[in-house]
Design a protein. Sequence first.
Length: 222
Amino acid sequence: MDSAQHQDELKKQAAEAALSHVEGGIIGVGTGSTVNHFINYLATIKGKIDGAVSSSEASSQRLKAHGIPVLDLNATGGLSLYVDGADESNKSLQLIKGGGGALTREKIVAAASERFVCIADESKLVPVLGAFPLPVEVIPMARSYVARELVKLGGNPVWREGFTTDNGNLILDISGLQIMEPMQLEQQINNIAGVVTVGIFALRPADVLILGSAEGPRTITA
């Protein structure tokens, strides 16, 4: 088994382990490769839930293909559970998300959920956030201005060319950051005019992190 296959097996392991947190009702479902496995597993117990609120068009399509109703968050009110992946997590379960570009909707669904279960392979657990380029969703007319402000914060922003979010906006990916104080930086970047949201999930971190590992799924709680 090559490394990509091995990593995929670890993602599947974490995704399957998250099923134990599904207790019924309407659940929030995120976006990405690990979540795709979770949706496949969720389909095996779809009779247990009333439907899902999805953080992306891609996940909505996958849920519908499995016969799982996709509902509007405005109609459902708060959610008991949100399951999503991450690009990085620290030991405090503060995350970097948005590699797939769905960070704004992911942040909204996470905020509306009582419990956030994050699923990932063990390589995503890091001592300090920031090796993975930090995504920032921006209003198109503000792209250059926001990029200049991010340089002032010590980052190296790169426009994700050819990509538009489901909200019709652009993404800047910032490399070169060592995020020692995630909550502070999340607030600082969110306060830049033209930023829709930043992919630091620290003000609302995960409650549970399930990591696929060679020894089986590991669960870390906040």
